[in-house]
Design a protein around this ligand. Structure first.
Ligand code: SAH
Length: 342
């Protein structure tokens, strides 16, 4: 059975040609799926009965079930637990910003990157998500929370470890007949899988790129993020330079401040040396609590000291608001839940 939500518009056009139908059926079906949010072929009134029953035999349109929703009591954040077809459970988040509603989407069940501070790393990766499972997170959140105008691929998982499905996801949400969410409203975050940064640069998309940096030197970064052993800072920075040259787009570097670990003055100066003169932005995140891990947030004074050193060097810098931390929906707090028993 084909899941029609796993097809880009071009793929769906090909699909219809292959079953002896007109190409334009794809746009019709796309409209039903993404505009009207219909998943039952029988509701598609401009599709002939014949074609509907033919489709029912070979294809279906997936839907994602909201297993649980947790609503923050301090801000407008909502965390969703989604039940997948194979009974795995993933998490996604809805966040209210001034510029609109943002869906934070998971890209894998679990994650293989083993960052020492992140809840998504606990238990490793179970599997990659299909493009449809990412699209369905956005559609489910949109239906429950309200119109989604922005997407961040910052839930569980490493997007560049699931590159092809993530690119397909972007094509589907991007398409005007799909969800019509523009590239500038989508952000991919990576821990720094260097070959995929080059590949992504060559896609020439309008999508924003964030790099999870978290340490300004190799010794500390390798300690915190094992991926740094495979792709140390020099290589990462070279890839970032290529990305900026190729796309003329600014990169955001995420730096989560952990008390006593990466929050010293010397770290801020090293960070400045690493980023000076580059087309970039620094996003400081006071580390969020994960009970199995036990790192503590850098205190506010330290955060402000860090920010000042970076800004004084002429690098733009913001501190991320900690939305949804009371429901474990903040950065690094998303995780896979145990396989649901039937
Ligand atoms: N795998 C991708 C996408 C995850 S995005 C990546 O690494 O970028 C989630 C962001 O939150 C990443 O920047 C991640 O490094 C950061 N993060 C992880 N654990 C955190 C924690 N406990 N507190 C704050 N940020 C954390």
């Amino acid at each position: 059975m084909y899941n029609l939500k796993d097809m880009t518009l071009e793929e769906m056009e090909e699909f219809f040609v292959n079953i002896g139908e007109s190409r334009y059926r794809a746009k019709q079906i796309y409209k039903w799926i993404y505009d009207k949010k219909i998943t039952d072929f029988d509701e598609m009134t401009d599709i002939s009965k014949n074609l509907r029953s033919k489709l029912k035999e070979i294809a279906y349109i997936s839907q994602l079930k909201i297993e649980e929703r947790r609503v923050s009591e301090v801000d407008d954040t909502v965390k969703y637990l989604f039940l997948l077809e194979d009974n795995n459970i993933i998490e996604g988040v809805a966040i209210k910003y001034r510029f609109g509603n943002t869906a934070c989407v998971s890209t894998q069940v679990g994650c293989n990157m083993r960052c020492s501070f992140c809840a998504s790393a606990i238990g490793g990766k179970v599997r990659d998500l299909k493009a449809s499972e990412m699209v369905d997170q956005v559609i489910a959140i949109d239906g429950d929370y309200g119109k989604i105008s922005n997407i961040v691929l910052m839930g569980s998982g490493e997007p560049f470890d699931n590159y092809d499905e993530v690119m397909k996801f972007i094509k589907i949400v991007n398409n005007p007949y799909g969800l019509g969410i523009g590239g500038r409203h989508i952000t991919i975050s990576t821990c720094g899988i260097v070959p995929k940064i080059y590949k992504f640069a060559d896609e020439k998309l309008q999508v924003n790129l964030s790099i999870s940096l978290h340490a300004p030197n190799d010794e500390l970064r390798t300690q915190l993020m094992p991926i740094n052993k495979a792709y140390p800072l020099e290589e990462l920075m070279k890839a970032c330079k290529y990305y900026v040259e190729k796309t003329r787009r600014r990169i955001t570097f995420e730096y989560s401040l952990i008390e006593g670990v990466n929050d010293k003055k010397e770290h801020a100066y090293q960070l400045v040396d690493l980023l000076k003169g580059k087309l970039c932005h620094v996003n400081l995140i006071p580390i969020n609590y994960v009970k199995e891990i036990g790192f503590k947030k850098a205190n506010n004074e330290k955060v402000m000291m860090f920010k000042k050193i970076i800004e004084d060097a002429g690098i733009s810098c913001t501190v991320r608001r900690e939305l949804g931390s009371d429901i474990e929906a903040a950065c690094g707090q998303l995780r896979r839940k145990y396989l649901k028993e039937r």
